[in-house]
Design a binder for this molecule. Structure first.
Ligand code: ATP
Ligand code: MG
Length: 183
């Protein structure tokens, strides 16, 4: 599964519509302190289904919406869209007809958030499952936030095993098994 593009609008410090193209190879994001580098990663995690405001460095879900500055009024919504190249068919089988997957999430102040996959409304669970099979997802060990490196080094063996399973792409199977057991 290849990420092609991330589009943000009204998300944290990205008040104006912003597009980040993710090309082959390594993409570096550089800039002074506080310019929004970590916010970009949080946008990625958020559109993939992150549901904990704490791991988004906020107190409530609405904290991802641009809060305004001395010169700019706050926004009432935030929008993030992730474009995925699915030509390798790495996404779940139900998406095998699609070369391109566009996953978007939009939140409105005090109204909660909603997801779309290729324009169609989707449940949070569907979005989380889309990424669960691909060793990606909001809780992927591939996304290491600032300050988390030391915690991974100090993790207990069981916790580290969970990280490795997820990195190896087999934790999606656990998610699916749990889903199946619930039904
Ligand atoms: P560093 O190099 O220090 O890690 P960074 O580039 O990772 O910095 P971020 O942490 O991504 O920076 O961005 C922090 C900025 O985002 C702060 O200026 C903060 O005020 C702003 N910010 C966070 N949430 C919001 C919000 N809801 N509305 C407006 N601005 C926000
Ligand atoms: Mg940072």
């Amino acid at each position: 599964m290849r990420f092609d593009r991330l589009r943000l609008s009204g998300f944290k410090s990205f008040v104006e519509p912003t597009e980040l193209l993710i090309r082959d190879g390594l993409t570096g994001v550089v800039g002074p302190n506080g310019c929004g580098k970590s916010n970009l990663l949080e946008a990625l995690r958020w559109v993939m289904g992150e549901s904990s405001p704490k791991s988004m460095r906020g107190g409530g879900m609405d904290d991802v919406i641009f809060a305004g500055t001395a010169r700019r009024p706050a926004r009432d919504f935030a929008d993030v869209t992730l474009t995925i190249d699915n030509r390798s068919r790495r996404a779940a089988a139900q998406f095998n007809a699609d070369d391109v997957l566009e996953v978007s999430r939009r939140i409105e102040r005090e109204m909660g958030s909603a997801y779309r996959i290729n324009g169609r409304e989707a449940r949070a669970k569907a979005v989380q499952l889309l990424f669960a099979d691909a060793a990606t997802g909001a809780h992927s060990p591939a996304l290491v936030s600032q300050g988390r490196v030391a915690a991974i080094i100090a993790a207990k063996p069981v916790e580290r095993r969970a990280l490795l399973e997820e990195a190896a792409g087999i934790s999606g199977l656990h998610v699916r098994r749990r889903e199946a057991e619930i039904r």
